[in-house]
Design a protein around this ligand. Structure first.
Ligand code: ADP
Ligand code: ZN
Length: 657
C-alpha cells in the first residue's frame, strides 16, 4: 500500500485528537475530506469523518483500515465542516463531539401530517426609516461584496431591528446565497417566526428543540438540499447546514441562552462570528442592550457599529418611575403600581408584571427556629408552588409535599418572599374582572405559546411572568410594565450579575408603549439609590455600560481578560476538592515555568455548592491572551482524567455560579 493512502479521521466519540487509518485501494479514490466513514475503534466500529489525507502515520502507530465509506461525498457543506473543526480547536473539545452537534437527529422517523405553521400569507416589506435604511445599506454592501464584517446593531427596543434583518436577508437571497438567523428562544417568540415566514416564505427552515425529531430532521434536510436557504433557530442553528452562506444574524445577542454550559461549552454568538469569518460574509449582532464583550469589540474597531437610537414612528420610550418599597406594608403591589394597574385596565389597555422568581413564594421558613426547607441533593432552598401543592427545587426539579410543621421544632412554617404565582393571585383578587395569566418556566411549551397568542390577540389583560416576558415580544396594547422587585438579580456572586439584571430591566421596560399609546414603567425596589436604576430611568444603556466597563477594567474581568472556568464535580466532596486543588497547583506550576501573564483564581466551592447530589468546585484560569489561556487549558486537560471526578473546561464562561 502506498504510504500516502492514509486518512486522518474525527471519530464520533468523546475522544480528543484525530486518528490515522489506512485506506484500502478500492476506497482511496472516494476518500475525500468531509466524507463519513466506518472505522474500527478498539473492539467497536464507529462512524467518523475524514478530516484530511496523510502520507505518514504518527510515530509508533500501525494504522488499521477504514472499513467503509458512507454516502456519495462529503456529508456537510465544506465551509461548515471546516467551521466545526475550528470550533473544536477553539474550545479544546473532542472534534467528534462537535461534529455530532451539527448532525440531524438520529433515528428520526419521517414526519407525517401538515406543518402547523405552513401558508402564512405574504406581507410586503416596510418602507425603512432613515436610520434603518442606513443600517440596511451598510449590511447590504458587505453582503454584495462577500466580505467578512461584523456589525453591532444597537437599536433601542421597538426601533425596528427585525425589519433591518429582513431587508438584509432579502438582499442575501437575491445574490443567490443563504442566511443563518439565531434567536434566543423560538418557542417564546412565535411572532418573530411568523414575521420571517410572512416575508421570506418557503425558503425558511426553523430549527429548535421544541419540534419533533422528525420535523427537525426534515428541516435539516431541506437546508442541506438547498430547498430552504434561511435557517432560523436557537443556538444550535449556528451549525445549520446552509451552503454558500451570505449572512449571519444574531438577534438579542446579549441573551444568555446562546451559551451552552454542558458537554460542548460554546457561545453561539461568538461562533456565529467565527462562522461568518470562515464563510467570508457579514454577521449582524443586534440588541437594545449589547453585551460588554460586543461593545468592547466595537470600541476596538473590530465590529462596525450601527445605531437605531429612536423607536419607529418616533414613538417615545416609556417613562420609568422608581417606587421605594422600604417600610411599605403591601410590597407585592405597592399603592402607585396598584393605581396605575387599575387605570390601565379601566382604559382597556394591557399590562405586564415582571418578577424573576417563579412559584408562589421564595423559601419556606420556620418563624420559631429559623429552619429553611432545602433540597437534599442541591444546596438551595426550595420554592413553594401552591398550584402543584409542592416545594420544588429550581435546580434539579425534585419536589416534595409542603410540610404542615417544621421538621425541627414543630412550629408552623411561613413562606418568605413572593413568586409569580403569588403576584397572579394578588392581581386576580384585587381586579376580579381582569383576565390574568402567568408566563414562566412552569408552563409547558404549548401553554406558553397559547398564553402569548392570547395576550397578543388581547384576550388577556395582564401578563405576570419571569424574564420570559422580557424577550423581544411586540405587544402594541401594553402601556404599563410593573417590575415587582428589581433587586433579585443585583447581588448574585457573579461579576456579570449587574449587567444581566440591567439588561433584563431595560428589555422588560421596552415592552411598554410600542403601539399608538405611550407607555409607563413602575419599578419597585428596596434599593432606590442603586446607580443602575438612575440609568434605567433615562433608558441610558450606554452610560450604564460605560460605568460597568470601567469597573471590569479596574479588576481585570472580561472583556479585559480571557477566562476558562474549570468545573470539577463528584459525588464524594473530598474527591472533588482534591482534584480541584491538584488542577490548580498544576496551573500555578505551568504559569511559573512559562512566565505567562496569567493567574489562577480559586479553587473554591462553587456558589451553588451541590447540584443533583454532586459537590461542585471550580477554579478560573485568567490570562491576557487566548494563546496563554489555551496553553494552560491543554496542560490541565492532560491531567484531567481523574476517575469518578468530572472535569469540564468552559472557555469564555458565562455563568460563575
Ligand atoms: P425591535 O426588534 O427593534 O424591538 P421591531 O422590529 O419589533 O423592533 O419593530 C417594532 C414595531 O415597529 C413592529 O411592530 C414593526 O412591525 C414596526 N416597524 C418596524 N420598522 C417599521 C417601518 N420602517 N415602518 C413601519 N413600521 C415598522
Ligand atoms: Zn435540587
Amino acid at each position: 500500500m502506498a504510504s500516502s493512502d492514509l486518512a486522518r479521521v474525527a471519530v464520533l466519540a468523546p475522544v480528543r485528537g484525530l486518528f490515522t487509518y489506512a485506506l484500502p485501494p478500492a476506497l482511496a479514490p472516494g476518500a475525500v475530506t468531509g466524507r463519513r466513514v466506518i472505522v474500527p475503534f478498539g473492539a467497536r466500529r464507529l462512524t467518523g469523518f475524514i478530516v484530511d489525507r496523510a502520507s505518514e502515520p504518527p510515530a509508533g502507530v500501525t494504522p488499521r483500515e477504514v472499513a467503509e465509506l458512507l454516502d456519495d461525498g462529503p456529508f456537510l457543506p465544506d465551509a461548515l465542516f471546516r467551521f466545526l473543526l475550528w470550533t473544536a480547536d477553539y474550545y479544546v473539545h473532542p472534534p467528534g463531539e462537535v461534529l455530532r452537534a451539527a448532525l440531524p437527529p438520529a433515528g428520526a422517523r419521517r414526519p407525517h401530517g401538515r406543518r402547523e405553521d405552513e401558508p402564512v400569507p405574504a406581507s410586503p416589506s416596510k418602507t425603512l426609516t432613515t436610520e434603518q435604511a442606513a443600517a440596511a445599506a451598510a449590511i447590504g454592501a458587505a453582503v454584495e461584496a462577500r466580505r467578512f464584517q461584523p456589525f453591532l446593531l444597537h437599536g433601542v427596543t421597538g426601533s425596528g431591528k427585525t425589519e433591518v434583518y429582513l431587508h438584509a436577508i432579502e438582499r442575501t437571497l437575491a445574490t443567490g446565497r443563504g442566511a443563518v438567523v439565531l434567536v434566543p428562544e423560538i418557542g417564546l417568540t412565535p411572532q418573530l417566526v411568523r414575521r420571517f415566514r410572512e416575508r421570506i416564505g418557503e425558503q425558511i427552515a426553523v430549527l429548535h428543540s421544541g419540534t419533533s425529531r422528525g420535523e427537525r430532521a426534515r428541516e435539516w434536510q431541506r437546508l442541506r438540499r438547498g430547498d430552504a436557504r434561511v435557517a432560523i433557530g436557537v443556538r444550535t442553528a449556528v451549525f445549520a447546514p446552509v451552503d454558500s452562506l451570505g449572512l449571519v444574524v444574531v438577534d438579542e445577542e446579549h441573551d444568555p441562552s446562546f451559551k451552552q454550559e454542558e458537554r460542548l461549552c460554546y457561545h453561539a454568538r461568538d461562533m456565529a462570528v467565527a462562522r461568518a469569518k470562515l464563510a467570508a460574509c457579514p454577521v449582524v449582532l443586534g440588541s437594545a442592550t449589547p453585551s460588554l464583550e460586543s461593545l468592547a469589540n466595537a470600541a476596538a474597531g473590530r465590529y462596525l457599529r450601527l445605531d437605531l437610537p429612536r423607536r419607529v414612528g418616533d414613538r417615545p420610550l416609556p417613562a420609568v418611575e422608581i417606587l421605594d418599597l422600604r417600610g411599605v406594608d403591601r410590597p407585592i403591589l405597592h399603592e402607585p403600581l396598584l393605581l396605575a394597574l387599575g387605570e390601565t385596565l379601566a382604559r382597556g389597555e394591557q399590562a405586564i408584571l415582571f418578577l424573576n422568581r417563579r412559584g408562589h413564594s421564595g423559601s419556606l421558613c420556620c418563624p420559631a427556629c429559623g429552619h429553611v426547607e432545602k433540597c437534599v441533593q442541591c444546596s438551595v432552598s426550595l420554592t413553594q408552588h401552591l398550584a402543584r401543592r409542592r416545594l420544588v427545587c429550581h435546580y434539579c426539579g425534585a419536589s416534595r409535599p409542603i410540610p404542615e410543621r417544621c421538621p425541627v421544632c414543630g412550629a408552623e412554617p411561613v413562606p418568605v418572599g413572593a413568586g409569580t404565582e403569588k403576584v397572579e393571585e394578588e392581581v386576580a383578587r384585587l381586579f376580579p374582572a381582569a383576565r390574568v395569566a402567568r408566563l414562566d418556566g412552569d408552563l409547558t411549551r404549548t401553554a406558553l405559546a397559547r398564553t402569548l397568542r392570547a395576550f397578543h390577540d388581547r384576550r388577556l389583560d395582564v401578563l405576570v411572568g419571569t424574564q420570559i416576558v422580557a424577550k423581544g415580544h411586540d405587544f402594541p396594547g401594553v402601556t404599563l410594565v410593573g417590575v415587582v422587585l428589581a433587586d433579585t438579580g443585583l447581588n448574585l456572586p457573579d461579576f456579570r450579575a449587574s449587567e444581566r439584571s440591567f439588561q433584563v430591566l431595560l428589555q422588560v421596560a421596552g415592552r411598554a408603549g410600542r403601539g399608538e399609546r405611550s407607555g409607563r414603567v413602575l419599578v419597585q425596589t428596596y434599593h432606590p439609590d442603586h446607580p443602575a436604576l438612575v440609568h434605567l430611568i433615562r433608558h441610558d444603556y450606554a452610560s450604564f455600560a460605560a460605568g460597568e466597563m470601567n469597573r471590569r477594567k479596574a479588576i481585570g474581568w472580561p472583556p479585559f481578560s480571557r477566562l476558562c472556568a474549570v468545573r470539577v464535580d463528584a459525588k464524594n466532596p473530598g474527591a472533588a476538592e482534591r482534584a480541584a486543588r491538584q488542577l490548580s497547583r498544576l496551573a500555578e506550576d505551568r504559569i511559573r515555568q512559562t512566565g505567562a501573564r496569567a493567574s489562577v483564581l480559586g479553587p473554591s466551592l462553587a456558589p451553588l455548592e451541590r447540584i443533583k447530589g454532586r459537590t461542585r468546585w471550580h477554579l478560573l484560569l485568567r490570562a491576557r491572551s487566548y494563546a496563554t489561556l489555551r496553553d494552560l487549558t491543554l496542560t490541565l486537560q492532560q491531567a484531567a482524567d481523574l476517575g469518578p471526578v468530572r472535569v469540564v473546561f468552559d472557555v469564555d464562561p458565562l455563568s460563575m455560579m
